[in-house]
Design a protein around this ligand. Structure first.
Ligand code: ATP
Ligand code: MG
Length: 257
């Protein structure tokens, strides 16, 4: 069965002064796939994530999630609409525990509100317990049980990256955008990450993945798009991308696995 398009990125262009960071980018991401976004440093990958998640406004173009246009909405409404992300430079609340970080993500979907949280009436307390349970199960899901009570800043790099994924999952996303989740991970951590991403896909969440680990990308992704100097130079299956002469010239070099 052909998969339906869940996210439509159309003609996205972004300039910073005279620099064209992204030029007329079109991408159609299918529901339930892992879509890889690769390309050399400075190609515009993170800039695209920043536009999709409402952190930057595009100069031109639009972005739709399940036919609802999200372009230019503020970040919190984009998360509510179902797009969550992690960051290339980890952004956790360092002094909060792992569990608390994930609870913050869960709050996107609660009805407590500020007054409820302050008064802590019975309904709010019950909801807080439900949130804690859900955060615990997400910590379990990403395999961080042993370290959930530690301050986030004391966790290993690989664990902090997994915690960021748990926090993003806590917002109940339809699409999760991961910016270099394997960066700084050792081979064991990378293979655990691969398993986690497969599990997330199996659970029906679409993954948009920026990653420099070519082996990981080619082994995991259903579709791969390649950016170079803000231009999409190729899009296809991993085997199509691996054998594309322009991709080899711009990015893969002699590095094709
Ligand atoms: N806020 C900004 N102001 C000015 N220029 C920016 C800004 N953000 C990104 N750029 C520029 O846009 C271009 C694309 O940067 P981007 O961070 O999107 O690349 P990337 O593909 O994520 O690279 P990397 O693999 O190194 O993370 C670069 O030339 C960068 O310097
Ligand atoms: Mg980047």
């Amino acid at each position: 069965m052909k998969k339906k398009i869940i996210a439509e990125i159309s003609d996205i262009t972004k300039t910073f002064g005279g620099l064209v960071a992204l030029s007329n980018i079109d991408l159609n991401i299918k529901g339930g796939e892992i879509f890889g976004l690769i390309g050399p440093n400075g190609a515009g990958k993170t800039t695209l994530f920043n536009i999709l998640t409402g952190m930057y406004r595009p100069t031109k173009g639009f972005f739709k999630l399940e036919d609802v246009e999200l372009t230019r909405l503020p970040p919190h409404l984009i998360v509510k609409a179902g797009l969550a992300r992690t960051f290339q430079n980890i952004r956790l609340f360092g002094t909060m525990t792992g569990l608390e970080n994930v609870m913050v993500g869960c709050h996107v979907r609660t009805n407590i509100g500020v007054v409820g949280a302050i008064l802590r009436h019975k309904g709010a307390r019950q909801e807080e317990e439900r949130i804690k349970d859900r955060a615990r199960s997400l910590i379990d899901y990403v395999g961080l049980n042993a370290s959930s009570a530690q301050a986030a800043s004391t966790l290993s790099y690989g664990d902090q990256r997994r915690l960021e994924i748990a926090r993003a999952l806590a917002t109940s996303p339809k699409v999760i955008a991961l910016d270099e989740p394997a960066a700084g991970m050792n081979p064991t951590e990378t293979s655990q990450l691969r398993e986690l991403l497969v599990k997330i896909r199996e659970d029906g969440i679409t993954i948009l993945l920026i990653e420099h680990d070519v082996k990981l990308v080619m082994g995991l992704c259903d579709t791969v798009a390649v950016l170079d100097y803000g231009i999409k130079i190729a899009e296809g299956t991993p085997s199509e991308i691996k054998s594309n002469p322009e991709v080899i010239r711009a990015y893969l070099g002699g590095d094709v696995p």
